[in-house]
Design a protein around this ligand. Structure first.
Ligand code: AMP
Length: 147
């Protein structure tokens, strides 16, 4: 199974922001959408960064509440690791595990077409595991196989 399958299931909408927005505005967006990260886009709608709840917490811890007025570009991660729709789910997990992050923007060429989170990936792994288990049970209990 690939990331394209997850996007077919969850949709292609991605919550995005601009680099000039304040961290307070980002915190409001994260809270309003109940999500953990937003992708930052240039004026030409190309990805230039990602900012997650962890970035905001770290920034708050160092700079205090007043630092929430700082712009996103000073706190976002610019060196974004992307997923490709053809990546397998295991390959996506490997990227997240290696990079120690929980969000993977998906691009086709340089166009953002979706985002998968660790939660999406784990849900699909569990569903696939359950399917394998029920296939196995059906195989074991089916009399035509047992004969
Ligand atoms: P997360 O676990 O996704 O909340 O992110 C942890 C850290 O990794 C934060 O500093 C994020 O800005 C950064 N990050 C999240 N997703 C990515 C990604 N796909 N590529 C690079 N950095 C990321």
């Amino acid at each position: 199974m690939t990331l394209a399958h997850i996007l077919d299931h969850k949709g292609h909408d991605v919550v995005t922001a601009r680099a000039g927005m304040s961290l307070k505005e980002i915190a409001d967006i994260l809270s309003a959408h109940n999500i953990g990260a937003v992708v930052v886009l240039t004026e030409a709608d190309r990805v230039c960064g990602i900012v997650s709840e962890r970035d905001i917490v770290r920034h708050l811890s160092v700079g205090g509440a007043v630092s929430l007025e700082d712009p996103v570009w000073c706190r976002m991660t610019s060196d974004v690791v992307f997923g490709d729709p053809s990546d397998t789910i295991d390959a996506a997990l490997e990227k997240m595990n290696t990079g120690r992050f929980r969000h993977l923007p998906i691009v086709r060429g340089d166009v953002l077409i979706g985002l998968v989170s660790i939660g999406d990936v784990v849900s699909h792994k569990i569903a696939a595991g359950e399917q394998n288990t029920s296939d196995l049970i059906r195989y074991i209990t089916n009399e035509s196989y047992a004969a």
